[in-house]
Ligand binder design. Structure first.
Ligand code: AMP
Ligand code: MG
Length: 487
């Protein structure tokens, strides 16, 4: 195994070099027979990488960390985190590595990160491995989120390791190559703050500012600017999740990014029937991260973030706390503004309709959807056909159309635009039953269903013949869906 190799993948190690206290230089486990399961050709091109190189034997070694680009210093990143409300002082990358940062054509840095690359000093009892199905699940859902226009980490490739992973059963192992604008988390700040080293905390905050919020560097108080930036980014992110019916499932502070990208697709799922109490994760017994609780969970996580910044905000503790409280006070209004604007567009209404009219109208509709257990995604997609009046609403949309008539009539009076609706309401999302079907096939050796699902969800607004099944709700016999975390 060669420790370093010439490659077109030129990585920087800004995080490793500027924050050595927050990373342990580490190497991926040896993978003698890697097998490429899926490569994201479009992301490869966007990053200026060479797909034929990545597909080669050397490329597969790069994608699994066996060959390290010259000059790169892969590290396991340290972080802490509140998990379901309980604080863990030392989490960190137990089965992951930051290979380094790739500079994009625009100069922005992108983390190249491996998940499932073997045990690290943060592994605790874990085996450092990841399963093929779990990594392909992250691949398809993160790429769907990206195509929906929702900030997210991306997936560059999944490579089968050929190594067994022992869970309830023996599973085939895989490495996911993840690309993110960074892997800085609220938990990274919690870890730095717990070290009691204000200089380290300041360097971490400066690093975060230069990567994500460079415009605040010139502010009178850049750290307040950082806090406000993260609050805005998370408010907008969670509003977008809510508008597409996405349930993250494990909104711990270590899974809350400073960039405002969605991260860590463990037990997440898209809702079928609209339900504010939807929970899919097998470990979320109390429903802490249920669909309807997500804005509150984000606000709670941001409060933990604000606490870490107190020593940087002001030398006087009371002043610092007042600044943090004031900034956090902006979360609810920013969340509501983002959600209301998105809700208005989902109903095909333009800026001439006040959000104070649009938001209650949407809430009324969602109450109806919940009462009548209506499929969220297909309802909004088909609602556009009811704009003109000769609606397909009756036979197709809901089992009890009379309940909706009054709402539909008032909505039509506002002059909805069907084209606008079809630009914001997806026809295709990674529906749970389709994801499970594609994953089972992939584990059994056929990637065809996964490619078809990827084709649908990466162009979610373009309805295409042959993909009708991907637009349909789950069959009745699919039953209640459960997801499993950290597997
Ligand atoms: P997650 O629930 O995926 O956000 O992970 C929470 C923590 O558990 C992180 O510190 C992970 O690195 C760690 N972890 C999860 N699965 C494993 C595993 N199989 N081996 C080692 N560490 C793991
Ligand atoms: Mg995580």
């Amino acid at each position: 195994m060669s420790a370093s190799a010439q490659s077109t993948m030129q990585l920087r190690s800004d995080f490793a070099h500027s924050l050595p206290e927050l990373g342990i230089p580490w190497q991926a486990q040896d993978i003698p027979h890697p097998r490429l399961l899926v490569l994201n050709e479009s992301l490869t091109a966007d990053l200026g990488l060479d797909a034929s190189e990545l597909r080669s034997e050397h490329g597969l070694r790069l994608l699994t960390g066996g060959d390290v680009p010259e000059g790169a210093t892969p590290v396991a990143q340290a972080y802490a985190g509140h998990q379901f409300g309980g604080y863990s002082p030392r989490l960190g990358d137990g089965r992951a590595l930051l290979l380094g940062e790739l500079a994009g054509a625009d100069g922005a840095l992108h983390d190249v990160h491996l998940k499932g690359s073997g045990r690290t000093p943060f592994a605790r009892g874990g085996d450092g491995q990841a399963g093929v199905a779990q990594m392909l699940r992250e691949y398809v859902i993160s790429e769907a989120m990206h195509a929906l226009g929702i900030p997210t980490t991306r997936s560059l490739a999944v490579v089968g390791t050929g190594l067994p992973v022992y869970r309830e059963a023996e599973l085939p192992g895989a490495v996911l190559v993840r690309v993110a604008s960074s892997h800085l988390r609220v938990g990274t700040f919690q870890y730095a703050q717990a070290m009691g080293d204000t200089d380290l905390l300041g360097r971490l905050a400066d690093h975060a500012i230069s990567r994500h919020y460079p415009e605040v560097a010139e502010h009178e108080n850049p750290y307040l600017g950082l806090l406000q930036g993260v609050i805005s980014a998370q408010a907008s992110l969670v509003a977008q999740w809510m508008l597409v019916g996405f349930v993250h499932g494990v909104m711990n502070t270590d899974n809350t990014t400073i960039s405002g990208e969605t991260i860590d697709y463990g037990p997440c799922a898209f809702m079928d029937a609209f339900s504010t109490s939807a929970v899919y994760s097998s470990i979320d017994r109390g429903g802490r991260y249920a669909y309807g609780n997500q804005p509150l969970a984000a606000e709670w996580n941001l409060t933990r973030f604000a606490e870490t910044l107190l020593p940087l905000l002001h030398e006087d503790e009371k002043e610092a706390a007042a600044m943090a409280t004031d900034a956090l006070g902006g979360f609810r209004s920013q969340y509501s503004a983002a959600w209301s604007a998105g809700a208005r567009a989902k109903m095909g209404l333009g800026a001439e309709v006040d959000v104070d009219t649009a938001a209650p109208l949407m809430n009324e509709l969602l109450t109806l959807l919940e009462e009548h257990e209506v499929d969220h995604t297909s309802f909004f997609r088909r609602l556009s056909r009811a704009v003109s009046g000769d609606s397909e609403l009756k036979p197709n949309l809901v089992s009890d159309p009379a309940a909706f008539e009054n709402w539909i009539r008032r909505w039509r009076q506002l002059g909805p635009d069907a084209d606008l609706m079809n630009r914001v309401n997806p026809a295709y999302i990674p529906r749970n039953h389709l994801v499970e079907e594609a994953l089972s096939a992939a584990v059994a050796g056929s990637m065809e269903p996964m490619h078809q699902l990827l084709d649908a969800v990466t162009r979610p607004y373009e309805e295409r013949p042959g993909l009708e099944r991907c637009a349909e709700p789950a069959p009745e016999d699919f039953g209640a869906y459960r997801t499993f975390c950290g597997t």
